[in-house]
Design a protein around this ligand. Sequence first.
Ligand SMILES: NC(=O)c1ccc[n+]([C@@H]2O[C@H](COP(=O)([O-])OP(=O)(O)OC[C@H]3O[C@@H](n4cnc5c(N)ncnc54)[C@H](O)[C@@H]3O)[C@@H](O)[C@H]2O)c1
Ligand SMILES: O=P(O)(O)OC[C@H](O)CO
Length: 375
Amino acid sequence: MGENATTHHTNSANNGANDNQIGFKSRVSVIGSGSWGSVAAKLVAFNTLNLSSFHDEVKMWVFEETLQSGEKLTDAINRTNENVKYLPGIKLGKNVIADPDLDNAVKDANMLVFVTPHQFIDNICKSLVGKVRSDAEAISLIKGMEVKIEGPCLISTYISEQLGINCSVLMGANLANEIAEEKFSEATVGYRNNREIAEQWVQLFTTPYFMVTPVQDVEGVELCGTLKNVVAIAAGFVDGLDMGNNTKAAIIRFGLREMREFCKLLFSSVKDDTFFESCGVADVITTCFGGRNRKVAEAFARNGGKRSFDELEAEMLQGQKLQGVTTVREVYEVLRHRGLLELFPLFATVHEICSGCLPPSAIVIYSEKKNIFPV
Ligand SMILES: NC(=O)c1ccc[n+]([C@@H]2O[C@H](COP(=O)([O-])OP(=O)(O)OC[C@H]3O[C@@H](n4cnc5c(N)ncnc54)[C@H](O)[C@@H]3O)[C@@H](O)[C@H]2O)c1
Ligand SMILES: O=P(O)(O)OC[C@H](O)CO
């Protein structure tokens, strides 16, 4: 990993894993520039400036758009050093360079951070085929999954398969706006079998206010990050119906149990301990109280399901994207295909409410009706 460089290391105390490869400096690109993408760039850019094993510059690919002022988003980011649309008021670091050209943004990078809404990863990967370094390492911060004809596919697996590179994941209780303001939080890096690579990602993301723990369970970590968005939608329905905290806690508990069962259904290797990391219970909690999925689901329930998620998302999130509604459709598809919907009443009900087949109030009666949860 890395590339030949003639620059001398000046800060050997901070070098970490790449220090073993004298003369190599890693180059990092961030693919995505929404609210979390911009925070990821900020975290990484802080470290590339301070670690001599990295080139200072961090390229951030921007899905180009024109702002109301007529200025291109990329130009505005590079002029102000802020993502004025998705993370206004937060300086990213002068070494973050926004680039609307995907090929150019990844050129030369040997560490690729994927952080776009999951519905766009298919097109992004397809256009990157043959364009990334063969020795590159990737990490996915994307909370979602792909469902293909052959079955469900994790985003990290999809990236690996499309681009022929290894892909780790970083998930956790990470509301972007809070980390942007440097409020303490934790995250989990999920890795497959190379601990050294995991340590490099930990080193690249860790800051005094962002604590990162590696866990050898890429599937468990990624599926936790993906499925908690479904639980957050259920929690939003409960809030929209003014059901109170006890009901919300019950929904969270049911949700966590279905998350674990779904993970193990797909991958028997998933570890129980993973659910106690930041990517597990902590992310469920933060998302069910402070996330966008919860917020829009609350509005959906308050409107009695009469306004669609698409409409509410566009109105309430100004370009930011929900992952939960798409994810629960994908989860439903997997369960339906395997004849297992009855064993996942919360997930099934969330989808049926989102798609208009059931009213939001169904969220609290499904368990009584189906009497499926043991005490
Ligand atoms: N925001 C958070 O607090 C947070 C925290 C942790 C993880 N995540 C995850 O990170 C991922 C990225 O979310 P985000 O919050 O950075 O994004 P966001 O929802 O804030 O912004 C949406 C992004 O999608 C881009 N976009 C719109 N149309 C596009 C297209 N056709 N092709 C490619 N990109 C397009 C926009 O330019 C923008 O960058 C998601 O999987 C999300 O679940 C988000
Ligand atoms: O705002 P949400 O609902 O997309 O959740 C954001 C993060 O995933 C919380 O960790």
